[in-house]
Design a protein around this ligand. Sequence first.
Ligand code: NAD
Length: 285
Amino acid sequence: MKTLTGKDLAAAIRARTQAEAAAGPQPRLAVVVATADEASLWYVRSIAKAAAGVGIACDVVDLGPEAAPGRIRETLARLSADPQVHGLMLQTPLPPGASAQELAAAIDPGKDVDGANPLSLGRLAAGLPAFPPATAAAVLALLDHYEVELAGRRAVVVGRSTVVGKPLAHLLLDRHATVTVCHSRTRDLAAVTSQAEVLVAAAGRAGLIGAAHVAMGAVVIDVGTNPTDDGGLTGDVDFAAVSNVAGALTPVPGGVGPVTTALLLSHTARAANRPHDPQEEAHDG
Ligand code: NAD
């Protein structure tokens, strides 16, 4: 079984991004935060640190966990209109009563580096240029990096969220895979997933995918990041059990996660160099 780590790919994407950032005016990413959730704040700090490492300015605009939806929307609209800002993302979770999808509609699609505006998902579904969510793009980038053939193959995605499952299904379809999407109402999950030649787990349920869910030799990508009791992270895939069956498997942490952050920065550099021309990004790196 081959372990598909994301570290080298992430480093290659960061190096390319650094060169791209140095070639023009300094790219600037703004991250709007309205939460006190420690894991989210940690993630935002890690984005800011990674941005600094590749020469991208990163402004964290912290509105506090009590921020009203109207204030979040106004902030996104203001940053969308600010020519100094090239990339813009809204960190979740949001205060109760605020809808990420509705608010993300205020993000200029040309700056929507995490593919959160429903317009970006619509364009992706229509096969038009758009930034995909960085996580969905990271899955494709990993499959490409490890030269996993997709055309004509059976791909199963577990999870249908607008941040991961749905955009990923479109990206896989664009690459001519035969795509099935499973979700919480899917009957006999193992019967479906065990047909997959490429299986992506993005349900947010620790250990959901066991050996019985996986075909012999399948390529398995684990998007899940579930907190463990000891303060660590674990995926949706039971790594020990599935590694006896799968041909290749991503670890958690160290698989999809580092590539996601690197691609967010890559999208920002691209948005700075080609404003209002979002490009589908998943194929390189
Ligand atoms: P979500 O809760 O919005 O969606 C989960 C999806 O999984 C839903 O469509 C649901 O129907 C499905 N699901 C839940 N239980 C299921 C079950 N028992 N069987 C089949 N399907 C089931 O979550 P999300 O935002 O899409 O995130 C999914 C996971 O990916 C989470 O663990 C999240 O932390 C992780 N994530 C990782 C990254 C990264 O960079 N690595 C980025 C974003 C999200």
